[in-house]
Write a protein that binds this ligand. Structure first.
Ligand SMILES: [Zn+2]
Length: 248
């Protein structure tokens, strides 16, 4: 049987699931992919950049009260600085299995609502939900701004450059229509990354208000749901899977 950390004992004893948003972690550099998966499941994840060494992870963990995820020798070093309640040694191979291990270890219940509650790219947790019709308007605006739009349209006038539209985008989405940025974060909306044909095929888009990255349910959402279906299924059962793991 795997030896349990004090934190795991505490969680199992309490017999309670926690929501992904309650789990705050730092991913060491070798777990960057794992961190992105965990974000997709709604976990609050800080990911170390390649140039940042383990000391930075330790400082972030202590300062921001995040559990540090690492493995191998770097884990041993981190353990000696912060103690076992503040770090965790990920032993699985491959980012998806590693993310699953972490979710199970920390008794995290992932629901479909948690999927994409947090941006994979920047860890932001604020999304703007936008219908295809408005995304089309933004795409046309982008074309107009870079001068590669429909020639006839460009030579005549920009049908969208009017005050009522600017006001609506500002009020509904917090978006500055003139330059396609979020007013609060100043992030550019990354419309150029969506295939043109996709804009009319998808009903709803989710734009990260922190970094401007755009997601949509058809591909991103289903892919993550599929990849973590075992977790979603397991945690939706009433039985305590941790009892099962502990007794196996
Ligand atoms: Zn983002």
């Amino acid at each position: 049987m795997k030896r349990l950390s004090a934190l795991e004992k505490k969680i199992v004893h309490n017999d309670e699931y926690q929501s992904p948003g309650k789990l705050r972690v730092v991913c060491d550099t070798m777990l960057q992919g794992t961190g992105r998966y965990l974000r997709s499941c709604g976990v609050d994840v800080k990911i170390m950049e390649n140039h940042e060494d383990h000391d930075v992870a330790i400082q972030s963990g202590l300062k921001e009260e995040r559990i540090i995820l690492s493995s191998g020798n770097p884990y041993k070093k981190i353990l000696s600085h912060v103690g076992q309640d503040a770090c965790y040694d990920v032993i699985s191979q491959g980012a998806q299995d590693q993310a699953t291990e972490v979710l199970r270890h920390f008794n995290v219940k992932v629901t479909p609502q948690d999927i994409f509650s947090r941006c994979q790219v920047c860890n932001g947790d604020e999304y703007v939900k936008m219908p295809s019709s408005d995304m089309t308007i933004l795409s046309d605006r982008k074309d107009f701004l870079i001068g590669s739009g429909d020639t006839v349209l460009s030579l005549t006038s920009n049908p969208y450059d009017n005050q009522s539209l600017s006001k609506r985008f500002e009020e509904e989405y917090g978006i500055e229509f003139s330059n396609l940025t979020f007013m609060k974060s100043q992030a550019f909306i990354k419309i150029e990354l969506i295939p043109k044909a996709m804009i009319t095929k998808v009903d709803w888009f989710y734009v990260c208000a922190t970094c401007g990255k755009i997601f949509w349910e058809g591909s991103h959402f289903s892919r993550i749901c599929d990849q973590f279906s075992h977790i979603l299924t397991l945690t939706e059962q009433d039985t305590n899977i941790y009892d099962h793991i502990l007794n196996s």
